[in-house]
Ligand binder design. Sequence first.
Ligand code: HEC
Length: 139
Amino acid sequence: MKLNKHVSLAILAAGMMTFACGGGGNETQKSGESTTTAPVEQKQAPGEKNKDNPDFVKGLALVKENDCPSCHMVERKIVGPSYAEVAEKYEYNDENIEMLASHVIAGNVGVWGEIPMPAHPNLSKEDAEQMVKYVLLLK
Ligand code: HEC
């Protein structure tokens, strides 16, 4: 009358065999941080900080009324240099404003390349200077 219940624990085997494989792929998928933490360089549009300046506003209006946009854009060189480039090259001062206005009125060539800017003989000096002020405020 022996209660010979040898509970043979043969349950061990199975569970632990799933070790061996599964490796192999080294694709350590770190959740993609490609460190594109670009320094937040304040990318402001040219002239952003001057856009409420009355000289900017008036000059821009005049530029739009004239043929300037057919050869100039603010940030892209088309026929003529971009206004932003012009603003970068010249300091905003009376001398430069006068000189550039005279180039706009009389036409000019050779500062930016081979393509001439045609003369604008019908522009008043005042209007030309106003437009140049706008251009030079694009910085
Ligand atoms: C037919 C094309 C054309 C038109 C229209 C035109 N430009 Fe230009 N502009 C040019 C070119 C080309 C240059 C570069 C000339 C050079 O290299 O000296 C230039 C140069 C300039 C410069 C820089 C001048 C310098 O000496 O650095 C200013 C400022 C300027 N333009 C303003 C204006 C304004 C304001 C108007 C509208 C009244 C205007 N442009 C209309 C083609 C044009």
